[in-house]
Design a protein around this ligand. Structure first.
Ligand code: SF4
Length: 325
């Protein structure tokens, strides 16, 4: 993996992806839906695990287009012209495939939007009169999400939104660091305590309440069996990071960080920082602006607790995710 200017994990992150997003010609019409951001920008930092449910369950390329029909909570996957029901074929393959994927060490999945197999939300489900409700989930996406309810998942359409993109990628990188930090073998409690210390402010930016709950859990680490501790901590971690970090929460974290610098910052430096935090909160500058100044002060004054915070560099700087969020 290329060197980065952040605390990116040493190993590439494994992410599942709908194959057509990588440019593989697997769509019903023999085409693909190559997404250049995913392959060219995010691609150097991840190892993709491609899945095409329709091809892997045995359907040919090209093939007749399909859509969802029936009950939106449990729809059927049916070919549009000849009305062949492929539901059982898809579901029995999906049940096996998600168990294989459980051994792939995935940190998330990027689904193709608007697909009756891969779409993670808002897929039209047609009733007997041919009327559609846009409330369905693709059959494979549903099987995946039910098997891995807390794993970060997104679709390529939503990843065009800078805030959703930053949130997804931040979660994925944090999960990789967590798994790397805990690893296998002994000493897991101590490593979990160190991971939590380094991620306190990142967690606060997503959910101050869950960050506190995790702090209480870590404080009781010695009293809990390690497997219980790990399972509960990982559940809270993924829940917390799944909540969007907002400008108000980021501003709160930055002001909290200023508290650690209050003996160091001059009146001018404090004022400059407060102005930038206010400008960020008002939407006048992106998050990278106050965070860059904060990093400068942390380096200048050598505040160890802040220097170790993943919040300052949660993903590779090359992705420029905070330049737009
Ligand atoms: S959307 Fe899913 S099922 Fe359809 S071509 Fe892409 S990967 Fe295959």
């Amino acid at each position: 993996m290329a060197a980065t200017r952040s605390n990116a994990p040493a190993d590439k992150i494994r992410l599942g992806i709908s194959s057509c997003l990588l440019g593989e010609p697997v769509r019903y019409d023999g085409g693909h839906k190559h997404d250049a951001y995913l392959t060219d920008t995010l691609g150097p930092f991840v190892q993709w695990v491609p899945v095409c449910p329709e091809v892997e369950c045995g359907l040919p390329v090209p093939r007749e287009a399909m859509h969802l029909e029936g009950d939106p909570a449990s729809p059927r996957l049916v070919t549009i012209r000849t009305h062949v029901d492929q539901t059982e074929r898809m579901l029995s393959w999906a049940r096996r495939r998600v168990e294989e994927l459980a051994r792939e060490d995935l940190c998330g999945f990027v689904f193709k939007a608007n697909s009756p197999s891969c779409g993670r939300e808002g897929i039209p489900v047609y009733d007997a009169r041919g009327m559609a409700q846009e409330s369905g989930v693709g059959l494979f996406a549903r099987a995946f999400i039910e098997r891995f309810p807390l794993l970060p998942v997104e679709d390529e359409g939503r990843l065009h939104d800078p805030a959703l993109r930053e949130n997804f990628i931040e979660r994925v990188f944090a999960l990789r660091r967590y798994r790397d930090a805990l690893g296998a073998g002994g000493g897991a409690r101590g490593r979990l305590v160190a991971f939590h210390a380094a991620h306190k402010l990142l967690l606060m930016a997503h959910s101050p309440a869950l960050a506190q709950e995790m702090g209480r859990l870590v404080a009781r680490a010695k009293d809990l069996p390690t497997p219980d501790l790990r399972a509960r901590y990982e559940e809270l971690l993924l829940k917390a990071l799944g909540l969007m970090a907002t400008p108000a929460k980021h501003a709160n974290v930055l002001q909290h960080m200023m508290g650690y610098l209050k003996k160091n910052l001059s009146a001018d430096e404090k004022q400059e920082m407060l102005i930038l935090v206010g400008d960020y909160r008002a939407g006048l500058v992106p998050l990278i602006v106050p965070v860059t100044l904060m990093k400068h002060y942390v380096r200048k004054y050598g505040v160890g607790y802040l220097a170790q915070q993943a919040y300052l560099s949660p993903h590779p700087a090359e992705l420029a995710l905070r330049n737009h969020a």
